[in-house]
Write a protein that binds this ligand. Structure first.
Ligand code: ZN
Length: 663
């Protein structure tokens, strides 16, 4: 963990114009800078950089935020690593926050596993290039396969000796603990004599890297014909290695994937390496297993377009079909390339150069759904039962696709291919879709900023699976946070009044007012922002805007960036209510003067929204009681409604007549 003081230092040093202009050519426009957005194909400059707010934002695709967000997205780093990246750039020493003993232990253990894996990688690389056996068996194999020297180095390929404990003995001598040798899975403890045995013996070694390039596992391929052992052996799952969350090659592919906005999916280590050597770098491997949700999420961070490259043989195709529905479900566009008979991506890529390989890919890419339909049709022939099961299989795949339009296109396509009436297919897909949706867990509410933002802005998260529309209550909570984040420590003063020790700040007032009426926020993220603000409100060094921009929860710092944006105006709902005079007050200075009017007003609106909602609920309940003939209960509910309407009237009075809206 990095402490707050260091984060502040980094945020101060990392001037947004300086950071962004390393990647984007910026031109001055008024008080801001603009350039072509690096995150989407931008034809007119949509990317705004505000030096005064120290943030950036694309008004076409919605990407942006602080310098840290920019680096996270551009360099594909985590929040923590992006901070360290900027710290290095600006020569700031990173002070790690003191960890608890338990955290330290967990942290140290993970670190120890990483360090040992680094050591093992270096050992295997060294063995390949320096040891007689490594050279004569491992290196000569790679050379025979036509792997270039630079590619062998880049992928950190190595060799493990045949001697049963060569690596373990070496590591123990170098001071590595037995505990970590077994925890990483590099060694296995023998059952009968407690001796350490190397997991990888007489194998060429492929280190598996995380997104940020750390070695978390190894794959070893045996070269000799051997009984009782698989061609490939892989590291077991460990504290640092969860197979289902990793993709082989992602570290070397991430930038190329972003650039091409497409990811090729192959099966094995050598497929990835051979394609790299042929000049295609946006390629990853699922390492033989069917795709998992974790792996799909990883790809989805970089692109929504995946092309699966299949071996030409039937077994390869069948294997690859598994897991594809998961990609469809995630809204990924899938294409398929079938290689010539008898070829796999490795063998095929080795026969091509970059140009011919790209051309083959371009000429042979087909849409997945069409591919699957044709494949199954061929298989079914004229057998009516097989045809029926094929149709239900296709219907299943189409029904999981989240996008309505894409589903409709596929239905049309497949009805022609299958020679089935389109209406029947639509009906079947709808039935399946309903059943599928019912099985889904309750969806999480994610913040979606566009509703409370002006027309130019877009949702922050482009690829969130479910964007839940903001409720009226969410909107007013966000409007309150607008004042908390921008002016949280400012006092509420009447015109001409001087601040004194009795003056209430915006944060104090919001807390006081909500508590007085026994209310609180409902939206979980907004609640956290409010509660964080209250917790720190009386700290000397607490500056709400800085604090929330640098918040370790990415979703929160993004909300703060939005609220602080130059272009952020309160929602239309809001400005409409305040009329023309509000528009002229948009400059922060003017707004600051009117805090005493605006903050209570928006709080009142939140309450009004709650009461409106409550009245609606009670009315529904009352109607049901009436239907059921329970008149006593109905009358009781009617009284409650009357009470709430009285409160509403009082609120309306407080708000002035123009502002109550009807929803
Ligand atoms: Zn953009």
């Amino acid at each position: 963990m990095i402490d707050q003081i260091t984060i502040d230092k980094i945020m101060d040093a990392a001037q947004i114009v300086d950071v962004v202009s390393q990647y984007v050519t910026l031109k001055r426009r008024g008080i801001n800078y603009v350039g072509l957005c690096p995150f989407h194909t931008d034809k007119t400059p949509s990317f705004y950089v505000s030096p005064s707010k120290n943030i950036c934002k694309c008004f076409a695709c919605g990407e942006g935020g602080t310098a840290v967000h920019f680096i996270m997205k551009h360099e594909q780093l985590t929040y923590y690593d992006a901070l360290k990246f900027l710290a290095r750039k600006y020569g700031i020493e990173v002070q790690e926050r003191e960890l608890t003993d338990e955290q330290k232990k967990a942290h140290n253990e993970r670190e120890s596993l990483f360090i040992l894996n680094d050591y093992a990688r270096d050992y295997f690389v060294n063995t390949l290039h320096e040891h007689l056996e490594g050279k004569s068996v491992g290196l000569s194999y790679f050379k025979e396969r036509g792997f270039r020297e630079d590619i062998i180095k880049k992928f950190q390929l190595g060799y493990s000796l045949e001697q049963r404990d060569a690596f373990s003995q070496n590591a123990l001598k170098a001071g590595y603990k037995e505990e970590f040798l077994t925890k990483t899975g590099l060694a296995i403890k023998s059952d009968h004599n407690n001796q350490l045995i190397d997991r990888f013996r007489g194998r060429i070694m492929f280190p598996v890297h995380t997104l940020s390039g750390k070695v978390i596992a190894f794959g070893g391929r045996i070269l000799k014909k051997a009984e009782n052992t698989g061609k490939y052996v892989n590291s077991p799952e460990s504290e640092i290695y969860h197979k289902g969350n990793e993709l082989y090659g992602i570290y070397f592919a991430k930038q190329a994937i972003t650039k091409a906005d497409c990811c090729y999916l192959v099966e094995g280590y050598t497929d990835v390496i051979s394609m790299h050597q042929a000049g295609i770098e946006n390629v990853v491997a699922s390492s033989g297993t069917a795709l998992t949700n974790g792996q799909i999420r990883l790809i989805h961070r970089f692109t929504t377009n995946v092309t699966v490259i299949y071996d030409g043989d039937a077994a390869g195709i069948k294997a690859a079909l598994r897991g594809i529905d998961l990609l469809l479900e995630d809204g990924i566009n899938i294409k398929v390339i079938l290689l010539p008979d008898g070829e796999d991506p490795d063998s095929f890529a080795r026969k091509q150069n970059a140009e011919s390989l790209s051309k083959y890919i371009k000429d042979n890419e087909v849409d997945f759904m069409r591919f699957k339909t044709k494949l199954l049709l061929d298989e079914a022939g004229n057998d009516p039962i097989k045809r029926a099961s094929l149709i239900s299989d296709i219907v299943n795949s189409i029904s999981v696709i989240p996008d309505n339009i894409i589903r409709a296109v596929y239905v049309k396509d497949c009805s022609i291919l299958l020679d089935v009436d389109e209406r029947i297919l639509v009906e079947e897909v709808n039935k399946k879709r309903l059943a599928y949706l019912e099985k889904q867990p309750v969806q999480k509410i994610e913040p979606e900023m566009s509703a409370a933002n002006n027309d130019l802005s877009q949702p922050i998260e482009r690829n969130t699976k479910t964007v839940v529309k903001k409720t009226v209550i969410d909107k007013f909570e966000l409007a309150i946070l607008y004042y908390v984040v921008r002016f949280g420590k400012e006092p509420l003063l009447e015109e001409g009044q001087e601040a004194n020790s009795d003056s209430m700040t915006v944060i104090d007032y919001v807390k006081f007012d909500l508590e007085r009426d026994g209310m609180w926020f409902a939206h979980p993220l907004y609640t956290q922002i409010l509660e964080d603000a209250i917790a720190h409100a009386h700290e000397e060094t607490f500056v709400p805007s800085r604090f929330f921009l640098a918040h370790p929860d990415q979703q929160i710092s993004k909300i703060a960036a939005e609220l602080l944006g130059d272009r952020y105006q309160l929602s239309k709902v809001h400005t409409k209510q305040y009329g023309e005079d509000a528009k002229q007050e948009d400059t922060p200075m003017a707004e600051e003067k009117h805090l005493i009017k605006n903050v209570p007003r928006v709080l009142t609106e939140l309450k009004d929204a709650h009461i409106t909602k409550r009245i609606k609920e009670i009315k529904e309940e009352m109607e049901q009681k009436q239907k059921a003939g329970d008149w006593d209960a109905a009358i009781d509910l009617m009284r409650q409604i009357k009470d709430f309407e009285e409160i509403k009237k009082a609120l309306a009075k407080a708000l002035g007549e123009r502002i109550i809206l009807r929803w």
